[in-house]
Design a protein around this ligand. Sequence first.
Ligand SMILES: [Zn+2]
Ligand SMILES: [Zn+2]
Length: 251
Amino acid sequence: MSELIILGSGTGIPYLRRASPALLLISQSSVMLIDSGSGTLRRMLEVGMTYQDIDLILYTHIHPDHVSELVPILFASKYAELPRKKGLTILAGPGFNSYFAQLREIHGRWIEPQSYDLTVHETSKAPFLFRDMKIFSKPMVHMPESVGFRIEFEDGRSVVVSGDTDYCQTIVDLASETDLLVLECSFPDGKKVEGHLTPSLAGRIGLESRCKRLILTHLYPVCDQFQIAKPCKEIFGGEVILAEDLMKIRI
Ligand SMILES: [Zn+2]
Ligand SMILES: [Zn+2]
């Protein structure tokens, strides 16, 4: 049994109800963090987890609301009283290596691992194998290096996370018949911004992908002034869950 925990259902806009994007995917074999916007480490403490527990981090893209807590995670891992021992793997879209090299140049030894192994991989067409999981990725329509992920477990269950994206065929393909599709839903219908989804577009992706359940997240504060899930439910007949911080979903 795996569990998805919404750590942050918000965006880059500071908002008490919704922290910046971060998801925890806890399976039998590992603890995976997907994106780490600001507030991630505190939200982890609220569900009884720490930076020490993370085995793998996936990054959908390098916009600050998705990566800003990477440096604090690496810095905390060096804390002399409680140094990290187990390895940490990062998987991210194309271009991440260059971004990470620059972080290393800026922060130097303050983020350099000493007591543990850190490996950083960029996605490729082949699935990334990690313990009992196969992780597929496809480009999303948001920034040139954006990717969405499909995590498949040995028992056949799967979770798909879009990261930030506009409507595209690749998210429909990536999410094909998945058990749980976590889609961004940045703005209400009628207030659409290029590179992001609205509830009705999310519903269309849910319908076309034939996913079983759909979670709407990455909600700008304006979304909470609307019955944001309603247009999505009118199109997608399956279960639609409006993400809230600290929500737990069984897979
Ligand atoms: Zn974002
Ligand atoms: Zn973004």
